[in-house]
Design a protein around this ligand. Structure first.
Ligand code: SF4
Ligand code: SF4
Length: 376
């Protein structure tokens, strides 16, 4: 750990206020109905104090945790994707002006966000989307403009959810990169504080302005222990050895038929996934025919129209759609972007209405891969 500081909960409030004074829109975890979601927060009282979550395949449930804990949950329902890559966005409008047309392009990335409470796996998801949206000539200027202005306050995980497998994907549970400030929340023997560490000069400057004292060796050890303990409590895993090749070699495995019998092709898994990025465009005209607008909307490889092209639909069966999703995520994504498309957050497992668990699907394929079947 680089220089570490001890910050009491009122220091967290000062951090928020400081970021707001610097014109950041502060976004963080907050209660929304029966779930924790990321949304605008004005003060630390908006955080889900005293709540934690239970997650399992097809299950997400809030339960009371330690009354004082601000970040005692594992992961909110939605990811940061919806701020950097909004689900619905106007791209441009065209207006008739006599015999000519006037083009009005939507402004790119005007918001300046401070993200509070980013988990380690989510830092990896953001860095994956950085690659996706900045690929040669295929750039998303709106994403890039928002992305370069964000201030990131990461919070190391203190609770392992039953769906988490970040240790398999080497993305967590401790933040290692792409943050301005990383916090670890400590609740120990009646004491409640955060260990703060800067990851950038901007983060360092802000910590200095808040003015916390240097952490003692014992406090730093307590923070390291939180991350170590969390890692030790992660029970789900995915064997990633040769995974891209394994899936590419097993495109006709019977497991795809098996999962297709359970999959509703609802697309929830793609909506909650912090790295999925597919979109469609929609055009609309007003009734007078004077104005036309183009919008971009999140889409999913599970929808019926996604693979519809002139001449037909090349992914008509649920089997082909689930296989497309999983093989893209864990196999061809690596060819495309040089990394896996999965960070092990487990959201697709919790929010799948029938509890399909990609780690179990991979295990089933690995256990009876085509190559092994040929050998027996
Ligand atoms: S795997 Fe689950 S969440 Fe994904 S499309 Fe199928 S039923 Fe929906
Ligand atoms: S595929 Fe599932 S576990 Fe992996 S990053 Fe997406 S939502 Fe998380």
């Amino acid at each position: 750990m680089t220089s570490a500081f001890r910050m009491n909960p009122d220091g967290l409030q000062r951090l928020l206020a400081l970021l707001q004074q610097m014109d950041y829109e502060t976004i963080g975890p907050t209660m929304s109905g029966d779930a924790i979601t990321y949304d605008r927060i004005a003060s630390i009282s908006d955080l889900p104090v005293g709540w934690t979550d239970e997650q399992a395949p097809g299950i997400y449930r809030l339960v009371r945790g330690d009354d004082r804990e601000y970040f005692g949950y594992t992961l909110p329902a939605q990811s940061w994707k919806r701020f950097l890559y909004p689900p619905f966005r106007k791209l441009f409008s065209i207006k008739k002006n006599g015999k000519s047309l006037e083009l009005d392009e939507a402004e790119s990335g005007t918001a300046k966000y401070a993200f509070i409470g980013v988990r380690a796996c989510e830092l990896s998801a953001i860095s994956i989307q950085d690659k996706v949206f900045n690929l040669g000539e295929y750039r998303d200027d709106n994403y890039l403009s928002l992305r370069k202005k964000i201030f990131v306050v990461a919070v190391n995980c203190s609770h392992a959810g039953d769906n988490c497998f970040c240790t398999s994907m080497k993305t967590g549970p401790g933040a290692k990169h792409d943050f301005d400030i990383a916090l670890t929340e400590i609740l120990k023997e009646g004491d409640h504080y955060f260990i703060a560490e800067a990851g950038t000069e901007a983060g360092s400057a802000i910590i200095e302005m808040i003015g916390p004292g240097k952490a003692t060796d014992d406090e730093i050890a307590a923070a390291d222990n939180v991350v170590r303990e969390t890692a030790a409590h992660i029970t789900k895993s995915m064997d990633t050895r040769g995974l891209p090749e394994l899936l590419a070699d097993n495109l006709e495995h019977s497991q795809w038929e098996d999962v297709a019998k359970r999959c509703l092709t609802c697309g929830n898994c793609t909506m909650v996934c912090p790295t999925c990025f597919c979109s469609t465009v929609e055009d609309a005209t007003d009734l007078s025919g004077q104005v036309a607008e183009r919008f971009r909307r999140w889409d999913s490889c599970f929808t019926m129209d996604f693979a519809k092209v002139s001449g037909g639909n090349f992914r008509i069966s649920p089997k082909s759609r689930y296989r497309q999703w999983l093989t893209h995520k864990l196999s061809s994504w690596v060819d495309q972007f040089g990394v896996s498309g999965c960070v092990g957050c487990g959201r697709c497992i919790a929010w799948c209405p029938v509890g399909i668990d990609l780690t179990a699907e991979v295990k089933a394929i690995r256990g009876t891969s085509v190559k092994q079947e040929k050998e027996v």
